[in-house]
Design a binder for this molecule. Structure first.
Ligand code: SF4
Length: 258
């Protein structure tokens, strides 16, 4: 992809959502670190449901450590793999208390040595807490980067390196958020909403969804919702009524983080 097109893509994503951020609810670096660690292989929504209750009771490494593995398990049941995640969370808090005075460390090396923290989580923390221009590549970003042609790669690391190398500097800090939200709400895995996509004319994906296919899918979803409503009464929306970025369509498919 040529630099002018790449710049135009980020300019549009920025215009649509000038101040993007994570959908993981948190106050402060420690809560963010816990939320990101818990978000592996599950949705931000289920993480938020868990951490809302957990952080109300304990939101420091010391306080969570005091709860112990069995004490945190009931709070993590909604996030899946909660046995392993409970053990990892306690090990993480122990390491923070014993090695970092209860603080979230600010280097990649120290972060990646923490239990349950990999490169992707470290990138999120370095970006959001310490202001570095890192780009964490999850399943959404991996898909969007490959489809659009922004950063084709066979592995998340390849995509990350290409994105870091080619994203224009003014857009690098927020690139992670723009691409993840675009992948979550517009360029979805099953059926990308190309007819409603703000970067459709710039995207190099050759298998774009035709308008009629998207309309058929929307109609099927509406029918399923109407039928479920008729049986069970009005359902709470699974997602916000409007996506976090102005102008983007409401999400349809279930969200999964890589
Ligand atoms: S045009 Fe389609 S494939 Fe390309 S970014 Fe938009 S939704 Fe994704």
């Amino acid at each position: 992809m040529n630099p002018a097109r790449r710049r135009a893509i980020f300019r549009r994503l920025q215009a649509q959502n000038p101040a993007p951020t994570t959908e993981l609810e948190h106050h402060g670096p420690f809560e963010l670190l816990v939320a990101v660690v818990l978000s592996a292989h599950t949705t931000d929504r289920s993480v938020n449901a868990a951490t809302r209750k957990l952080f109300a009771l304990a939101n420091t490494p010391q306080a969570i450590l005091a709860l112990g593995v069995e004490g945190v398990k009931p709070y993590l049941k909604s996030v899946g793999l909660y046995n392993t995640k409970s053990q990892n969370l306690i090990a993480l808090c122990k390491a923070l208390v014993e090695q970092h005075g209860g603080q979230v460390p600010g280097t990649r090396d120290a972060l990646e040595k923490l239990p349950g923290v990999g490169r992707k989580t470290a990138n999120v923390i370095l970006n959001m807490v310490f202001g570095e221009d890192t780009i964490a590549v999850d399943t959404h970003i991996f898909r969007v980067a490959n489809r659009t042609g922004l950063a084709p790669g066979k592995t998340p690391r390849e995509v990350e390196d290409e994105l870091v190398a080619t994203t224009p500097a003014p857009y690098r800090k927020n690139a992670h958020h723009w691409l993840i939200l675009h992948g979550r709400y517009v360029c979805t895995a099953r059926l990308p909403a190309c007819p409603r996509c703000v970067i459709a004319d710039l995207c190099e994906y050759t298998l774009k969804t035709p308008a009629r296919a998207l309309e058929r899918s929307d109609a099927a979803v509406a029918r399923r919702r109407a039928s479920a409503g008729a049986v069970r009464g009005p359902r709470k929306r699974a997602y916000p009524a409007a996506p976090p970025s102005a102008g983007a369509p409401a999400p349809r498919a279930a969200r999964r983080k890589g």
